[in-house]
Structure formats: structure tokens, C-alpha cells
Design a protein around this ligand. Structure first.
Ligand SMILES: NC(=O)C1=CN([C@@H]2O[C@H](COP(=O)(O)OP(=O)(O)OC[C@H]3O[C@@H](n4cnc5c(N)ncnc54)[C@H](O)[C@@H]3O)[C@@H](O)[C@H]2O)C=CC1
Ligand SMILES: O=C(O)/C=C/C=C(\O)C(=O)O
Length: 498
């Protein structure tokens, strides 16, 4: 199948430093359309010297430029202009993102670009309403807490929702007065590059810079750079470990939004129709590639066969194919190696004694794109590798449980702890399960509702720190405590006693 491309990408692509093309210097990296396997652009990698120039540009903009010194009202206006720019170019950005990720164009327009624009208006509103801290000590002293921007932010974004996730970091870093160097995934640079280019129109020079290239080259040079003051990363857990160790050498703060193996708990008291819709959305939306996927579906044993049977039937009817078509429900995976890795887990499931209920095959009838059939396996136990590893694809793992306590124990029995889903119409059951779960975000009777004022992030191997309103304020600002006597309070006069 030769699906039509959603848009034509620039033939060649690089970074952007202080509004001008970066110096590159690295290898050429092909950029593919996952729906056809065709090369659509070539990325010039930024080497360590190009990264150095980008960080220095951000440093100059921070140390001497207007951005960190701008009043809140002026910064809010700029953030609102960023929102307007994204909305005005939403169709183009969505098409570039589709071309580069194979995510559904419909979803990119309706959710990802709307979220990207909202990230900026959210932080504009947030800084406009931020309250301060003041402490009065008896009558003699007053202490206030000022917040300064931290400095140059290294923002490292993944390939599964490039613009939506990079823009969250950019908007938050800018809102609190920082300057940035953004590094998108080398697999998915197109739409983030265009976003950074578009936002130059309203941002002072050097405030938002872009470097491109492999994580081990461009990303590693960025994280290790002494001019970087903080690192925000979203991506895989192993990469998170490497980045945090490198950033640790410079003692800079990090947030790590990492992987998950989240439990989706379907209790006996669930509204099963709704839980079924939620379970399908939880694992198959975003082409199955999201950290917050409900990838371990834990079902009460009394309803396991019925629920899994209905899930499999619906999965087999998912419309897989052209990501630009309005009625497609599942597009391709992001890359050929990733497709092969995901499919490899079917053999791993069998080797561990599990059964493949459906899927676990390439959709070669759809051409050379990286399509796989929606997959469900029944694991033997929660120790199986398909129950412990993040697969990051349209691949659901089912396990039964007998009691609420057992559901909680299974849910908590992984290295991860990002999110969890609970389906029940019985309040004591909901309370018992939510009290016991060790995960950063819990959704009860709903899939994936994101509240930007609330913290988002995970326990354990799912991350360090949180993203969201106050969490971002704490991360992207330094706090400065200032104590002033109201009048000349007498001081102990040292050295005057002899
Ligand atoms: N949102 C999420 O939670 C994501 C989770 N993953 C998980 O991670 C697995 C592996 O995916 P990968 O493609 O390897 O993603 P990754 O986590 O390695 O890539 C994310 C970003 O980190 C950069 N990066 C990689 N190594 C780096 C380093 N040493 N220093 C600085 N930056 C570096 C990459 O270039 C990219 O921009 C996936 O199969 C999935 O399970 C991947 C992407 C997103
Ligand atoms: O909503 C957020 O801020 C983060 C969402 C994260 C993902 O969807 C992901 O990494 O898959």
C-alpha cells in the first residue's frame, strides 16, 4: 500500500541556534514515514561543537538578554502569542508530526496540537496567578521568598508524542524565565523543528534553541555541557538512568518522565461496557506507544474469560492503516526496529508459558509500513517478561486476580509506578484499591484524563520529579529566601567584651 504522504517535509533539516541554522557537523540521519517506510527527509546531526554553540546562545540570552528580566505581564503576552502561533499552524504541525511518527492525523489535530497550544496558555495563566510566600517573625523581621529562573534548560523529548511533550517542557521553562536548548528524538525531528522555528517570531534571540541528532552524540553532549543548569527528560528508563548520571556530574536538577507497565484493574463491580472501552483506549491509543498505557489488564477471575473475549473481538475489528484517513483507529509503529522489538514479545510470552489470544503479526497486507495487528496475550504469571517489561506498542497483557488485595499486589509488583486505572462502581472497592496502589497518577472509571494543574510523573523506575503547575514552578525556579529587619534590631557585638 502506498499511502499518500500527509505533507512534504523539507529535504534537509538541522538545528536552530539564536534563530540561525546550527553548525551541524555530524552524520546524516534518514527520517522515515512509518506508514510507508519511505525516506522523507534527512537530518544533519549536531555534533558537540554545534551543541556548545547552542548552549552558549541560550547562556547569553539568559545572562544578558531581556527574557529572564521581563515582567510577568509581558511574559504572559508572549506565551499567549506562542499559543496563537501553534493554533494558526496546527494543521501543518499535525501533518509534519503524522509524516514523522505515523500517529493518526485526526488525533494529532484534535488532541496533540490543541494540547501543545494549551501548554502555553496554561503556563501564561499560571504565572499570572502565582502567589508568594511571606513570613513575619515576631515583630522584628520579615522574610519573603523570591523565585528566580534557574538558567539554561536542556529539554530532551521522545518520539511518541514529539510536539505535545516537547511543548510542555518549552512552555514551562519559558514561563518561569529560563532559556532553552531543545533536543527532539532523532527519529521524529520534523514537527518540533518547525515549532521552534515558528516560535522565533515572538521570542527574543537565543531564548529557544534547537539541536538535532542521536541521543548518544547530541543528547549526551547537551546533558554533559557545563553551561546547562537543568535537564528535563521524557523517554525510556535506561536512557533516563544515563542522563541522570551525566547530569549528576554537574549537579544539575533533573526531571525524568520515564516508562511504565501500568495496571488496568477491572473489578467485578465495574461497568463492563465502559471498562472495555477504557481498556481498548488505554492500550491502543497513540498507536500503543505511550508511557501511560494501561498495558497490564488485570481482570477479576469471575469475569476474565468474558472480558478478555470481548476485548479480543473488538481488537480484531480495529481499523488499522492509513494514519491520515479519518476512520483509521491504529496506525503504524514509529520505526522498523521498534516494530520488530514489539513483535518479539509475542515469542517471549510463549516462551514464558503465556498464550497469544490475538495479533502478534505484521500487517504485510498494508504494505511496507510498520504495521502490527493489535495484540493480546494471557500471561502465566506477573513474573512473565511481558508483564514486567515496557513493550510500548499495541500489545495488551492479561492476568486474572481473585481479591482486591491481590489486584493491588500484582499492580505494584513491577519496577515501574507511573499510572494505574481502576474500574469499579463500588466506592469501598475504589478506596481500597487506590489507597494501596503505588503509582503517580490514578484514573478511576476513566482513561487518561490529564489535569495540568496536578502533578504528573511516576514512582520507582517510572521517573524522578513531576510535571504540572506547581511541580514545574518548583523545578524551573530557584527559590531565594530574603530576611529583612523592620528596624535596626540590636546585634550581639562580638569582640567588645574585654
Ligand atoms: N514517553 C515515554 O515514556 C517513552 C518511553 N520510551 C521507552 O523507551 C524504549 C526505548 O526507546 P528509545 O527510542 O531508545 O528512546 P529514548 O528514551 O532513548 O529516547 C528519548 C530521547 O532521549 C534521547 N537520548 C537517548 N540517549 C541519550 C543520552 N545518552 N543522552 C541524552 N539524550 C539521549 C533520544 O535521542 C531521544 O531524544 C521504548 O521502547 C519505550 O519502552 C521511549 C520513548 C518515550
Ligand atoms: O500529559 C503529559 O504531560 C504526559 C504524557 C505522557 C505521555 O503520553 C507519554 O510519554 O507517553
Amino acid at each position: 500500500m502506498n499511502y499518500k504522504h500527509p505533507i512534504t517535509a523539507p529535504e534537509r533539516l538541522g538545528g536552530l541556534v539564536a534563530g540561525a541554522p546550527s553548525s551541524g557537523g555530524g552524520i546524516d540521519i534518514p527520517v522515515w514515514y512509518p506508514a510507508t517506510g519511505a525516506q522523507v527527509s534527512t537530518l544533519t546531526e549536531d555534533d558537540a561543537s554545534a551543541v556548545d554553540k547552542a548552549v552558549n546562545a541560550a547562556r547569553r540570552a539568559f545572562d544578558g538578554g531581556p527574557w529572564p528580566r521581563l515582567g510577568v505581564e509581558a511574559r504572559m503576552q508572549v506565551l499567549r502569542r506562542c499559543q496563537a502561533i501553534i493554533l494558526a499552524h496546527a494543521d501543518e504541525l499535525a501533518r509534519l508530526e503524522c509524516l514523522n511518527t505515523g500517529l493518526l492525523l485526526r488525533e494529532l489535530k484534535a488532541r496533540h496540537m490543541v494540547r501543545a497550544a494549551y501548554n502555553f496558555s496554561f503556563f501564561a495563566d499560571y504565572i499570572g496567578q502565582a502567589t508568594g510566600q511571606r513570613y513575619d517573625q515576631a515583630t522584628d523581621y520579615v522574610t519573603t521568598v523570591a523565585r528566580d529562573p534557574v538558567g539554561v534548560a536542556a529539554l530532551i523529548a521522545p518520539w511518541n508524542a514529539p510536539v505535545a511533550l516537547a511543548s510542555m517542557k518549552i512552555a514551562a521553562a519559558l514561563a518561569f524565565g529560563n532559556t532553552c536548548v531543545v533536543k527532539p528524538s532523532e527519529q521524529t525531528p520534523l514537527a518540533v523543528a518547525r515549532l521552534v522555528e515558528l516560535l522565533q517570531e515572538t521570542l527574543p534571540e537565543g531564548v529557544l534553541n534547537l539541536v538535532n541528532g542521536r541521543g548518544t552524540v547530541t543528547g549526551a553532549a547537551l546533558v554533559a555541557h557545563k553551561g546547562v543548569d537543568l535537564v528535563s527528560f521524557t523517554g525510556g528508563t535506561e536512557t533516563g538512568r544515563a542522563i541522570m548520571s551525566a547530569a549528576g556530574q554537574n549537579l544539575v536538577p533533573c526531571t525524568m518522565e520515564l516508562g511504565g507497565k501500568s495496571a488496568n484493574i477491572i473489578t467485578e463491580s465495574a461497568d463492563l461496557d465502559r471498562a472495555l472501552d477504557g481498556a481498548l483506549l488505554g492500550i491502543f491509543s497513540n498507536n500503543g506507544q505511550q508511557c501511560l498505557a494501561g498495558s497490564r489488564i488485570l481482570v477479576h477471575r469471575s469475569i476474565m474469560d468474558e472480558f478478555m473475549g470481548r476485548f479480543v473481538e473488538r481488537a480484531e475489528h480495529l481499523r488499522v492503516g492509513d494514519p491520515t484517513a479519518d476512520d483509521t483507529e491504529l496506525g503504524p509503529l514509529a520505526s522498523a526496529p521498534h516494530r520488530d522489538r514489539v513483535l518479539g514479545f509475542a515469542d517471549i510470552a510463549r516462551a514464558d508459558g503465556g498464550s497469544v489470544m490475538t495479533g502478534a503479526a505484521r500487517r504485510e497486507d498494508l504494505g511496507r509500513g510498520y504495521f502490527v495487528a493489535p495484540t493480546a496475550v494471557r500471561a502465566c504469571s506477573n513474573a512473565d517478561r511481558v508483564a514486567q517489561n515496557e513493550i510500548f506498542g499495541p500489545f495488551a497483557t492479561f492476568l486474572p486476580f481473585d481479591t482486591n488485595d491481590e489486584a493491588v499486589a500484582i499492580a505494584n509488583d513491577t519496577a515501574f509506578g507511573l499510572v494505574a486505572y481502576v474500574w469499579s462502581d463500588d466506592l469501598p472497592t475504589v478506596m481500597q484499591i487506590t489507597d494501596g496502589l503505588r503509582a503517580g497518577v490514578l484514573w478511576v472509571n476513566t482513561p487518561m484524563m490529564r489535569e495540568l494543574r496536578a502533578p504528573f510523573g511516576g514512582y520507582g523506575a517510572s521517573g524522578v520529579g513531576r510535571e504540572g503547575g506547581a511541580a514545574c514552578e518548583n523545578f524551573y525556579t530557584e527559590q531565594k529566601t530574603i530576611t529583612i529587619p523592620r528596624r535596626p534590631v540590636p546585634l550581639r557585638a562580638l569582640g567588645q567584651n574585654n
